[in-house]
Design a protein around this ligand. Structure first.
Ligand SMILES: [Zn+2]
Ligand SMILES: [Zn+2]
Length: 268
């Protein structure tokens, strides 16, 4: 993974990741990454769940990333400041506030919440979800929200596109109808998306997104980023060989980089 950038990783402030950001920088340097970006789970406008940083911890987040950035300078790793932001309908004003709270390099848009009660990738919500919805309904709901998130134009790139497959739930048949609205929205808004390698570590054992999505995105000229979604230092850059191979198979020859919310492309 010589020379690549990993833009999706967390900090202990979200209560389900471990290791000081400096340790993430060290693994990045060992693995030949030249750029990483922290993108921990953003605070919500109110207490919402126990798997994100609180607004009180937000200043500490900026400090941690600054500590990592200084450490990266000594190791030849550029460190960027990002945030993984949960999209829920009606939260746009709050997300707008977040955009002004720091000098971000990028904001990642994520859909984890299908409803305010149901988190699509939470193991403790799985049985409820399976009781209330068929896989087709989960996918319809998810992709509708994903498209709405893109259309807010609040995000530089979108995270793990087909996240609902995490535990293996995928509708049968051609999936491109689920993807279509989001692909058009990415194209129309000039938003990028990521290949997220965390799916390799989950029951589905695949990259997010599937090859079908990746190929259609390439045909539509949608910019691409790769992220490990590391929640521990040793996960930094994990699965990048697989992700890069998939990107090339789909026809990608360039990956996006972000600095101060400006996008550039580099050869891969
Ligand atoms: Zn997480
Ligand atoms: Zn993440």
């Amino acid at each position: 993974m010589q020379g690549f950038a990993d833009y999706h990783m967390h900090t202990p402030l979200c209560h389900h990741a471990e290791g000081h950001p400096r340790a993430y920088v060290e693994v990045a340097a060992e693995r030949g990454l030249t750029e990483i970006g922290f993108s921990c789970h953003s605070p919500m406008m109110a207490e919402f769940d126990d798997w994100r940083m609180s607004i009180e911890d937000f200043p500490r987040y900026l400090e941690l990333v600054e500590e990592a950035r200084a450490h990266g300078e000594t190791l030849g790793v550029t460190v960027r400041l990002g945030l993984e932001v949960d999209y829920l309908p009606g939260h746009d004003p709050w997300i707008g506030e977040l955009t002004k709270m720091a000098s971000w390099d990028y904001l990642i848009g994520s859909v984890h919440y299908l409803t305010t009660e149901l988190v699509v990738d939470h193991p403790e919500h799985l049985s409820q979800m399976e009781k209330d919805y068929r896989p087709e309904q989960v996918w319809e709901l998810y992709w509708e929200l994903y498209e709405r998130a893109i259309r807010t134009r609040l995000f530089d790139f979108m995270a793990h596109p087909d996240l609902p497959k995490k535990f293996g739930s995928v509708p049968g048949g051609d999936l491109s109808n689920y993807y279509a609205g989001s692909l058009i929205a990415l194209h129309e808004t000039g938003t990028a998306f990521e290949i997220n390698t965390a799916g390799l570590r989950k029951p589905i054992g695949e990259l997010y997104p599937a090859m079908g999505f990746l190929s259609l995105a390439r045909q539509a000229g949608i910019p691409l980023v790769i992220g490990s979604d590391a929640h521990a230092p040793e996960e930094v850059g994990e699965g990048f060989d697989r992700a890069i191979a998939a990107a090339k198979d789909a026809g990608y020859s360039q990956l996006a980089r972000f600095k101060q919310r400006e996008r550039t492309l580099t050869d891969c």
